[in-house]
Design a protein around this ligand. Structure first.
Ligand code: ATP
Ligand code: ZN
Length: 295
């Protein structure tokens, strides 16, 4: 894979469940992706940045070894491959809010379940032996791990194992295979990782600005801009109701001494119930707007 000096490199999944969302996330940060003829490498048009498109299993290694400066990968994959800082390794900068799934223990319904101890002495099939081993140790349970690369969900039917530990999003696959979800081992989503190795000095500022933009995209995802008019006397009550807002901006209303306009950025979802409570506190003309960018 040819890489050039003077360009920042971000590793993303080439195709699969994280591929499209990773590109959309990068574009939301104002980086214009040029989908060229080279399938392995997309260039960013307006910045010296390359996107290396690889198997998700290779992302942590590329970033850990410093071949790429940043990467987007599932926390499940990263946790399975985690290396310490001494061995290179990568650090998680932020959760990205997409690619959500869960690594769960599932068993045939006939197995009596009284919590993780019910797994003692059993065989558990999984593609995540490291994560499962760590979890079993935390639970103080001694069980046998059967590592499989795929088709984990058929293992109990083939009598290869008594239970499984596998990724679940809707539960439909478990159900189709006659299995019941029993316990949560890891809650996963896509994360942004960075190499412990320092970037080329000439790229340090660009790396920081890209990280800040990415943080801005994550922050703006759930945030809303809320505006309303309110009696001056209700300001305290209103500030308390606004979810995850800092100090609101308060401006006078023309020709009204008793009322003000209140503007605030809410970091959490604004529900209808919140609007009703604001109204109850005396607010009127309440507007909730999406935020496109935030820094
Ligand atoms: P690759 O070809 O890159 O190795 P893959 O087949 O290993 O891809 P995908 O199935 O594309 O992986 O899943 C990539 C990641 O998407 C998973 O590791 C996980 O973090 C996330 N993900 C989100 N929802 C699900 C789901 N329902 N099942 C499996 N993975 C999911
Ligand atoms: Zn993979």
């Amino acid at each position: 894979m040819s890489t050039e000096p003077g360009r920042l490199r971000i590793a993303i999944q080439k195709s699969g469940r994280l591929a499209e969302r990773s590109l959309a996330f990068i574009e939301a940060a104002g980086l214009r992706v040029m989908k060229g003829a080279n399938e392995l490498l997309y260039r960013i048009e307006n910045q010296p940045i390359d996107l290396l498109r690889v198997r998700d299993d290779d992302i942590a290694t590329l970033v850990g070894d410093g071949v790429c400066d940043l990467g987007i990968v599932g926390l499940n994959v990263l946790s399975e491959q985690e290396r310490g800082e001494q061995e290179g390794g990568a650090q998680v900068l932020m959760r990205l809010g997409f690619g959500r799934c869960a690594l769960k223990i599932a068993t045939p319904p006939g197995l009596q379940w009284h919590g993780p101890q019910s797994l003692a002495g059993l065989r558990i099939a999984t593609s995540y032996p490291v994560v499962l081993g760590r979890w079993l140790k935390e639970q103080g349970v001694d069980a046998r791990i059967v590592t499989m690369r795929g088709a984990v969900e058929v293992a109990p039917r083939l009598k290869v194992s008594d239970a499984i530990c596998d990724l679940v999003s809707t539960g439909a696959t478990l159900e189709a295979n006659g299995l019941m979800a029993r316990d949560l081992v890891l809650e996963s989503e896509a994360v942004l990782i960075r190499s412990h190795a320092a970037p080329e000095p000439a790229l340090a500022d660009l790396l920081q600005s890209v990280e800040e933009r990415f943080a801005g995209v994550v922050a703006s995802q759930g945030s809303k801009y809320v505006m309303m008019n309110a009696p001056r006397s209700a300001l305290d009550a209103i500030s308390r109701i606004l979810p995850g807002a800092g100090a609101p901006t308060v401006t006078p209303l023309a020709g009204r001494d008793d009322a003000v306009a209140v503007h605030a950025v809410c970091q959490e979802s604004v529900f209808w119930e919140t609007l009703e409570r604001l109204k109850g506190a005396g607010a009127s003309s309440i507007l909730v707007l999406p935020i496109e960018k935030m820094m």
